[in-house]
Ligand binder design. Structure first.
Ligand SMILES: [Zn+2]
Length: 309
């Protein structure tokens, strides 16, 4: 973990030391950090700290978990990750962290647009068994914004009646998409956004710069040109939804800069804020309501053109 993550996780470290670990946490924020911290915390929870360090001294210090030396830590070393399949056909519904029997990890199946209810049920079933190692148990649900209503309700039952000595860790880039009842049962850790290179910066990747240049001309595009552009997000959803998500993130960064520049120049930012609202609604409906990527792209492009004329 980097320094920022380290600082953010300090309360978690203290909660292990004080043996006051909650039954559910929400790691909220975009980027890799929230999931990396959830992995760290799950491993730290299972660590028994009774291994030996290289020089033969026992490492029982709770502040140093995971100690990487005890049998639990050796088992929870993630190693190679097996791709999941939410339908259970071409891969498992969930996986263990490393080979640790009491640490489970659920995320969207490879190429899937959802975390499926079957995956939550599989985790639930595992939690009905007794812990194998007799210590604390943890279940991570990464990509929690991709849980549909049904799966969230199944999760809610787990949160309402947490199995003994078990901690659930939800990781979500868009916690607003989770049911309020789910959120309210979790201790929340908010991760600040990682600084993304601006698509307008000279050192931004070439494709990002090209897309920014294309966006800069949007006011001049005709209706049919906008429709053509949106057509680029037509096709199998498992391909077009992630592509659109990425495009929306880039477009959001671009619009953010444009809005700031306009506001600094004393222009009325209302039209741009309006486009901003449409863009965010698009992101949300894509994640939550299985919206058609092409239609979302259309709405966003038209709102952007409106804002930039
Ligand atoms: Zn350990």
């Amino acid at each position: 973990m980097d320094e920022t993550a380290d600082k953010l996780c300090e309360p978690l470290r203290r909660s292990i030391e004080a043996e006051r670990v909650h039954s559910a946490y929400l790691f909220a924020g975009v980027g890799e950090r929230p999931a990396a911290c959830a992995l760290w915390f799950a491993r730290a929870l299972a660590c028994t700290g009774d291994g030996e360090s290289g020089d033969g001294a026992a490492v029982g210090d709770a502040a140093r978990r995971p100690c990487e030396a005890c049998p639990a830590c050796r088992r929870s070393d993630p190693g190679e990750l097996i791709p999941l399949d939410g339908t259970g056909r071409s891969g498992p519904l969930l996986r263990h962290i490393g080979t640790h029997p009491d640490l489970v990890w659920v995320e969207r199946g490879a190429g899937d647009t959802r975390v499926r209810i079957g995956q939550i049920r599989a985790m639930q079933e595992m939690f009905q068994l007794r812990t194998v190692e007799g210590g604390r148990r943890a279940g991570v649900v990464a990509d929690a914004e991709w849980l549909n209503q049904e799966a969230q309700n199944a999760l809610l039952r787990l949160l309402e009646e947490p199995p003994p000595a078990t901690t659930l860790l939800l990781v979500s880039a868009q916690p607003a998409g989770l049911l309020a009842t789910v959120r309210s049962r979790c201790q929340r850790l908010q991760f600040p956004p990682e600084r993304k290179p601006s698509p307008l910066a000279a050192d931004a990747p070439e494709e990002a710069q090209a897309e920014a240049a294309r966006l800069a001309r949007i006011a001049k595009l005709s209706e049919s040109e906008l429709l053509d552009w949106a057509e680029e997000f037509r096709g199998p959803r498992q391909v077009t939804a992630p592509a659109l998500t990425e495009w929306l993130a880039l477009t959001a960064a671009w619009l953010h800069e444009k809005t700031c520049t306009a506001a600094l120049a004393g222009e009325n930012p209302d039209a741009r804020l309006e486009a901003w609202a449409v863009l965010n609604a698009g992101r949300k409906s894509l994640a939550q309501r299985n919206a058609n990527p092409q239609m979302v792209a259309e709405r966003v492009l038209f709102a952007l053109r409106e804002a930039m004329v």
